[in-house]
Write a protein that binds this ligand. Structure first.
Ligand code: NAD
Length: 262
């Protein structure tokens, strides 16, 4: 018996990285899955892993910045899976610069994808949750929304906005028996980190080694538990917040960061 048996969860940005970890942990807990992502080829690989766990899975192509795409994607998910119980708003971008200020394009992208994208997908799902008088929403924020770091202001501001949006959604939807919480992940080695300043040529690219050294240094100097976090760590926290074990938790932002922020 899993904590999410007979539930269906839609995860935006579920193709890779944290999203893949969340998808697999929810499936491990018994949930059927909808992966909503721009990268449908990569999403199909993750979907194959879900099927190996014995769960049902649907892949929908979705751009969270596009109203038509989010509405159509949610309608497709509802039609194919017969309903949704859990929404995980995970899709995000992080245009990181080292030593230079972010530009206007970075501001627009962070706002459109990380913050307004959550609002847009939620708007498409909330009427369904309200009709059922049940639902769980988990928004993926970041510790960057808790404490600003240099050269990445648009990302930090968008993630602080996600924490604030989570509180508004929780207050608005609580009377309809809908829980809304956020998770603030710490440091997870994904493509967001690998691509700082441009995607490396391959695993042997010396640039990748430099980035990994930089990442390890941050963990050494800022993380109380002295270890990086993993997509599975984030997935386990999402599974808890999406389960009835967390039925009386709403409007919270949970740090899963090895003790970076406290
Ligand atoms: P990633 O780049 O590996 O994965 C992001 C996923 O989102 C990809 O599958 C991508 O295709 C999808 N995506 C991007 N834009 C989209 C759009 N417009 N519509 C639909 N899908 C879109 O990054 P990740 O590290 O796995 O990040 C996932 C989330 O976790 C993000 O919200 C990120 O801000 C957050 N986060 C990551 C870290 C970290 O250290 N990696 C830390 C804190 C928070």
């Amino acid at each position: 018996m899993g904590r999410l048996d007979r539930k269906t969860a839609l995860v935006t940005g579920g193709a890779r990285g944290l999203g893949r970890g969340i998808v697999l942990e929810l499936a491990n807990e018994g949930a059927d899955i909808v992966i909503a992502d721009l990268l449908t080829d990569v999403a199909e690989q993750t979907a194959a892993e879900v099927r190996q766990l014995g769960r049902q899975v649907t892949v929908v192509r979705m751009d969270v910045t596009d109203t038509r795409s989010t509405q159509t994607g949610i309608q497709q998910a509802l039609a194919e899976r017969g309903g949704l119980d859990i929404l995980v708003n995970n899709a995000g971008v992080a245009p990181v610069h080292t030593g230079t200020e972010a530009d206007e394009e970075d501001w627009d992208r962070c706002y459109e994808v990380n913050l307004k994208g959550i609002w847009k997908v939620s708007q498409a799902v909330i009427p369904h949750f309200v009709e059922r008088r049940a639902g769980k929403i988990v928004n993926i924020a970041s510790i960057a929304g808790r404490r600003g770091g240099a050269w990445i202001a648009p990302y930090n501001a968008s993630k602080a906005g996600v924490i604030s949006l989570t509180q508004s959604q929780a207050r608005e939807l609580g009377p309809q028996n809908i829980n809304v919480n956020a998770i603030c992940p710490g440091l997870i080695w994904t493509d967001i980190w690998r691509a700082i300043g441009g995607m490396p040529e391959g695993e042997d690219d010396p640039v990748l080694h430099e980035r990994r050294t930089y990442f390890d240094k941050i963990i050494e100097t800022s993380c109380t538990l002295q270890r990086e976090q993993t997509p599975e760590d984030i997935g386990k926290a999402v599974a808890f917040l999406a389960s009835d074990d967390a039925r009386n938790i709403t409007g919270q932002a949970l740090n899963v960061d090895g003790g970076i922020v406290m």
